[in-house]
Ligand binder design. Structure first.
Ligand SMILES: [Zn+2]
Length: 332
């Protein structure tokens, strides 16, 4: 039975809604770009980098993540990063993807938003032309920086908004309440951007409630901690607010010790619109299909569950209604 579920996912056209493009930087590309751009890293060989990617906790992950991003300098670097992930989408049957990027990680190093977006766009246009890849971009604000920085970032992005679909909020949850970003999210919304935010990855269900209240987001990234609040689970099921869940990420960052304990299928069975995603796949042990494979191995994915997870990836997306219907019709 479980085999049929996984095989369904393998064959089906899918969407991915929670991937940080900077988190798809593989060790070999990291080393090559570091050499090209004369960025000094504390690693010499591929083996050194691969060992460093086996980090122990959130802080060692974040240190590595920001160090990794520092090798991205010119337009071609951003193009190559995006191109590699989009080729992965083609191979895994991810026909639509909504990709997050962190402008502040780059602009604070003196790399302009124009450089970042022009590299991304070149790869996206090529993938659209070559195999009709569908891509939307989510501009993510770093919640550990002040709101004035977020407002500046959005203001700088305003002339480039035709390339961006949504605003998001990521990085350290604890000590950075969503209300801190109320003004930025209102501004982004008034410019026509859709709204998502990370919440309830480590911090409890109250942060999910607070994020929905303060920022009126349409989707919660992670959100797994809602399982501790049965009323919230019922309300998420009723409102159909999607949760973009990342199983392997939750294991690597020790939200759960083992995948057998992960609540994603319990939430699915309770009617919550959960989706499977890879988060930072180069760092967390795998891309989308690897997440499905690990979930199937640990909990056994039935065909009904598999079909619903894939359907959720489209119904929870920001695609226009007719495009959603087209994809959903293929999954009956
Ligand atoms: Zn994330």
């Amino acid at each position: 039975m479980s085999k049929a579920g996984f095989e369904f996912v393998e064959r089906a056209p899918k969407a991915e809604l929670h991937i940080h493009i900077e988190g798809s930087l593989e060790p070999d590309l990291l080393l090559r770009l570091a050499e090209k751009n004369s960025v000094v890293l504390p690693y010499k060989t591929l083996q050194d980098v691969t060992s460093a990617y086996q980090f122990q906790d959130l802080q060692s992950f974040l240190d590595l993540y920001y160090l990794g991003a520092s090798v991205l300098v010119d337009e071609g670097d951003f193009y190559e990063l995006m191109w590699r992930y989009l080729c992965r989408c083609r191979n895994e049957g991810i026909v639509h993807t909504e990709i997050m990027f962190d402008p502040q990680t780059h602009t604070r190093r003196g790399v302009s938003l124009e450089t970042v977006l022009s590299g991304f766009s070149r790869a996206i246009v090529k993938a659209e032309q070559e195999w009709q890849q569908s891509v939307l971009l989510i501009l993510c604000l770093l919640r550990d920086l002040p709101e004035s920085d977020a407002i500046q970032t959005l203001t700088d992005a305003r002339p480039l908004l035709q390339q961006i679909t949504a605003v998001g909020l990521d990085s350290a949850e604890i000590g950075n309440p969503p209300a801190k970003f109320r003004k930025s999210f209102e501004m982004a919304s008034s410019w026509g951007l859709r709204k998502v935010a990370h919440a309830g990855e480590e911090a409890g269900p109250e942060l999910i409630r607070e994020t929905l209240r303060a920022l009126a987001v349409e989707r919660i990234d992670h959100g797994v901690q809602c399982i501790k609040d049965p009323d919230l689970v019922i309300s998420l099921a009723e409102t159909k607010i999607p949760l973009t869940v990342c199983p392997l990420s939750n294991i690597r960052l020790k939200v759960y010790d083992r995948l057998e304990q992960h609540p994603i299928l319990q939430l699915l069975d309770a009617g919550v619109r959960v989706t499977v995603n890879s988060d930072d796949p180069a760092y967390f042990g795998g891309y989308l299909m690897e997440n499905f494979r690990a979930l199937d191995r640990s909990q056994g994915l039935t065909e009904i569950q598999a079909r619903q997870l894939v359907r959720n990836s489209f119904s929870g997306s920001f695609l226009p209604h007719n495009r959603k219907t087209q994809y959903l019709d293929q999954l009956r």
